[in-house]
Design a protein around this ligand. Structure first.
Ligand SMILES: N[C@@H](CCC(=O)N[C@@H](CS)C(=O)NCC(=O)O)C(=O)O
Length: 217
């Protein structure tokens, strides 16, 4: 199988962290699609699906899969792993946590695009304020819930770590750690896991107010 990804994509990192956590990296080749921007179709990504977004999992003799949630559930299923609890409240807890983290990634990635591609549009400041408020409210909620996070991570904890990692990569000026010591402590410890270390973006940290190039989503 082949996972199409970009270095900075938090959605792709979610899949890569899960792959590492499950110890199945040998069975999935990673292929960087290179420049990726909502302004230009990426040939490699578009060849596998109409949305043309990464991550995409190319399976031999079966349809390619997207998006990150579907890919993660498939990888978990194919390896009979437990990152997606099968039943009970544990399942809804993990899926809800994943949904919260995915929403954070969506808001952050959208702001990243907006900063460079749609400057000076009507309501731009208001829109940015709304996304920032959404991110900070999410961080507050996570800080309150961190006591329920599992020591053996589910897709929920993995997603949260990738969302926070993306905030550090692109939105350092958000200072999400301020007043959120419990979440900060958890993230600091989670970041030391080998799965996080090997998937850490090589792309340099760029503040959201700086110019975006095609490679620096
Ligand atoms: N819901 C999708 C979001 C994927 C996504 O937005 N990926 C970004 C990179 S972080 C992308 O491919 N952007 C290219 C574009 O919007 O054309 C998922 O969970 O995989």
């Amino acid at each position: 199988m082949i996972l199409l990804f970009t270095d900075a994509s938090p959605f792709a990192r979610k899949c890569r962290v899960l792959i590492e956590e499950l110890g199945v990296a040998d069975s999935i080749e990673l292929r960087d699609v290179g420049a990726l921007s909502p302004l230009d179709a990426n040939d490699m990504a578009c060849a596998q699906g109409p949305l043309g977004k990464v991550p995409i999992l190319i399976r031999p003799l079966a349809a390619s899969l997207y998006d990150s949630s579907v890919i993660c559930e498939y990888i978990n299923y194919a390896n009979q792993a437990a990152a997606f609890p099968v039943e009970g409240e544990a399942r809804w807890r993990a899926l809800r946590l994943q949904a919260l983290a995915d929403g954070m990634m969506e808001a952050a990635v959208a702001m990243r695009y907006d900063t460079s591609f749609r400057k000076n549009t009507p309501h731009a400041d208001q829109w940015h304020e709304r996304q920032t408020a959404r991110l900070l409210a999410s961080v507050k909620t996570l800080d309150e819930r961190v006591g329920s996070f599992r020591a053996i991570p589910t897709i929920g904890e993995i997603s949260v770590a990738c969302a926070l990692g993306y905030l550090d990569l692109r939105f350092g000026n958000l200072s999400w750690r301020r007043g959120r010591q419990s979440l900060e402590k958890w993230f600091s410890s989670f970041s030391e896991r080998p799965s996080m270390v090997v998937t850490a973006p090589k792309t340099p940290n760029i503040n959201s107010t700086q110019e975006l190039t095609l490679e620096t989503i």
